[in-house]
Design a protein around this ligand. Structure first.
Ligand code: CQA
Length: 292
């Protein structure tokens, strides 16, 4: 039963350890960077047309690496524009890292940062209390909608803040990724936690289609080398398994049946391919760009 599992998300240090290994073993950041450099510039050109200042919100920005990469594209496409950037991030450690990164990066004087150490839903209350009718030109949510209670309500609220030409960018794992298959198969065992949801861009697309909300979908190919997961007792393999299941010490805490089932599915062609004797998990990301 999943209720006997402890979620990896409850232990931030441990999460970060397995997350760092995931980043080493996957092309996750590379494929996001390709998107930021390949697709976002034309979007920035459209939203910045005729403006002297851009209002931006980063929801769950973490340490800000992706944010600053986006701003360097803003700078290239919209020279001379100023930016008001609201950063929404509940982790004080992450906000601190973000501030350090900003202080070390030259030429960011055109950006004004507002630091909101809070969750997306706290930010929603904060915004409504201030009764702001301010409109936002660009909002991004990168790999964060898993951690809200109601992903659809969160999308609806932030979309309601968009200016006439504004865009909301959502990045999650794709419904067609190995994650999607894993979650559809083991929903009862792996997905009934309150702090983290098994949501993909496929789920968000279903919601947007039902509401008639227009969007553009991009699929970003991404891989994760999970070969070590199949060496019993391998320390890194166990960390990767914890990341994949979001369970602390999955190998120790799961029943033998669940462990065997999950491992068999992870290397099944529905989730992974074999390349040069390595097991390569499909970590494809989906991007949804929403119109106002
Ligand atoms: C905590 C929880 C989640 C984090 C985090 C810290 C996270 C990134 C960094 N720090 Cl306490 N989440 C994250 C990052 C990448 C990523 C996913 C989540 O691909 C997606 N999950 C499901 C596909 C991975 C388990």
């Amino acid at each position: 039963m999943a209720s006997s599992f402890r979620s990896l998300v409850e232990d931030e240090n441990r999460y970060l350890k397995s997350f760092r290994l995931f980043l080493e073993r996957s092309s996750e950041h590379q494929c996001m960077q390709d998107f930021i450099q390949g697709v976002l510039p034309e979007i920035f050109t459209k939203i910045g047309n005729g403006k002297s200042s851009l209002n931006v919100i980063g929801v769950g920005s973490g340490a800000g690496e992706m944010d600053l990469q986006m701003f360097s594209q803003v700078r290239l496409k919209l020279p001379g524009i100023t930016v008001n950037n609201e950063v929404v991030e509940p982790s004080g450690d992450m906000l601190f890292k973000y501030k350090v990164l900003v202080s070390k990066t030259p030429n960011l004087e055109y950006i004004h940062f507002t630091w909101n150490k809070m969750t997306a839903s706290e930010f929603e209350n904060h915004w409504k209390e201030r009764n702001l009718d301010k409109k936002i030109d660009f909002i991004h949510m990168i790999q964060m909608l898993y951690y809200v209670k109601d992903p659809e309500a969160t999308v609806s609220f932030f979309r309601s803040l968009l200016s006439e030409n504004g865009r909301l960018v959502i990045i999650l794992v794709s419904g067609q990724s190995g994650w999607g298959k894993l979650w559809r198969t083991y929903r009862a065992e792996l997905c009934n936690t309150e702090i983290s949801q098994c949501v993909t861009t496929g789920d968000i697309k279903t919601f947007l289609d039902a509401k008639g909300i227009p969007y553009t979908n991009y699929e970003l190919p991404s891989k994760m080398d999970i070969t070590e997961c199949f060496t019993e007792g391998d320390e890194k393999g166990e960390l990767l398994l914890d990341f994949l299941t979001e369970v602390i010490d999955f190998s120790k805490n799961a029943s033998p049946e669940l462990k065997a089932g999950v491992k068999a599915l992870l290397r099944h062609p529905d989730c992974s391919s074999e390349e040069d004797g390595r097991v390569i998990f499909n970590n494809n990301l989906g991007v949804l760009v929403l119109d106002p």
